[in-house]
Ligand binder design. Structure first.
Ligand code: ADP
Ligand code: MG
Length: 347
């Protein structure tokens, strides 16, 4: 079964082609993240789903029925933005009750619903608090309670945590995940941050310049990026021009730093990805790189190194505990044979 179905959406603003044929479905209770760089069309797509903009071409369906011509307030969708747009002159109660008042719910019905919502977002008893006395994280929870209160059938988020610091973002993402799960609420979450998308979503839609690059569960996107763009966006940055040739009955990718046996069903120009997360120091195993340790950056849970191999700088993330030579010295790295190499056909 499908809740939301996006079918071949196109949208231009003057000469800017913001969306170029976007299609995907969202199942009931599913959390889908739209992930992509700034300007790739994420917010435009949300506006079209919400009914704030009309597509030039294509349609949005809810449970199989077209939403064309249905105004935003009759779609039953909720939206939450980065600048959560709380009303600063109202208290928490009035902010969260706003949507319910608009829906002409009686005060007697609003009060218990409100208490339930504040409890859900971890702000029980905050009804009377002045918005201006709340921390950024608390304001964010109020905005979430306000979005949840009218019981939307779809909830959409547009980079809602962008302005908060990292540890707070991580905690809110975890809480948001639990709340959406508990309510079995169909959701679309827009972000340019892969960590947020991975931590929250059942499936990720990676967008680039108004098009879908890849759709899949987080692990699949990360472990098997389908295009060089996706690999690069996920900071899997070692992409080398390669030429695929037949050799001893198999296929080999020839690059500036050597030749690598690969699985490919085509011959000719390609790009080889050497995954930064699939190497370890030492010269054991069938795939070994020799180079000069150019630079090192300690990141806590890992250490990122830059290795110069025949004039090409490659990046690798090694365990923090790995012993390394001084910068400027030679070292060997072993690549994990089944994970380290991925090949993309030149388009
Ligand atoms: P994202 O949310 O991924 O950063 P947007 O959907 O905001 O991307 O924008 C996609 C493209 O469409 C951008 O090039 C942006 O400048 C353009 N765009 C978005 N909205 C408008 C608008 N109202 N008028 C003109 N151009 C717009
Ligand atoms: Mg945006």
């Amino acid at each position: 079964m499908t809740h939301l179905s996006i079918q071949n959406i196109h949208k231009s603003f003057g000469r800017a082609h913001a969306l170029r044929g976007i299609s995907f479905d969202v199942a009931p209770g599913e959390i889908v993240a739209l992930l992509g760089p700034s300007g790739c069309g994420k917010s435009t797509l949300l506006s079209i789903i919400a009914g704030l903009e009309a597509p030039d071409q294509g349609q949005v369906f809810w449970e199989g029925a077209s939403l064309a011509g249905i105004p935003p307030h009759r779609r039953g969708f909720g939206l939450m933005f980065q600048d959560f747009a709380l009303f600063p002159h109202m208290d928490v109660y009035a902010n969260v009750a706003f949507g319910l008042r608009m829906a002409r719910l009686a005060n007697d019905a609003i009060r218990p619903r409100l208490a339930e919502m504040l409890d859900l977002v971890g702000l029980a008893g905050f009804e009377g608090r002045d918005i201006n006395t709340l921390s950024g994280g608390e304001q964010q929870r109020v905005a979430l309670a306000r979005a949840l209160a009218p019981q939307p059938r779809l909830l959409m988020f547009d980079e809602p945590l962008g302005s908060l610091d990292r540890s707070l973002r991580e905690r809110l993402i975890g809480d948001l995940h639990d709340i959406l799960r508990r309510l079995h609420l169909t959701s679309i979450y827009v972000t340019h941050d892969q960590q947020e998308a991975f931590a929250l979503a059942d499936r990720v839609v990676v967008m680039n310049a108004g098009q879908v690059e890849q759709i899949g569960p987080p692990q699949e996107i990360y472990c098997a990026p389908r295009t060089p763009f996706v690999a690069q966006f996920l900071e899997l940055a070692n992409l080398l021009p390669a030429d695929i040739r037949e050799q001893d009955g198999g296929r080999v990718a020839h690059t500036a730093i050597g030749s690598f046996p690969i699985d490919a069903h085509w011959l000719g120009p390609a790009q080889l990805l050497i995954r930064p997360d699939a190497a370890q120091p030492g010269a054991q195993g069938p795939l070994v790189l020799h180079g000069t340790l150019q630079d090192l950056s300690f990141r806590g849970s890992l250490q990122r190194i830059w290795l110069n191999v025949n004039g090409t700088a490659l990046t690798f993330d090694l365990p923090s505990t790995a012993a390394l030579p001084p910068i400027g010295q030679e070292m060997a790295l072993s690549l994990m044979p089944h994970q380290a190499l991925q090949i993309f056909q030149q388009s």
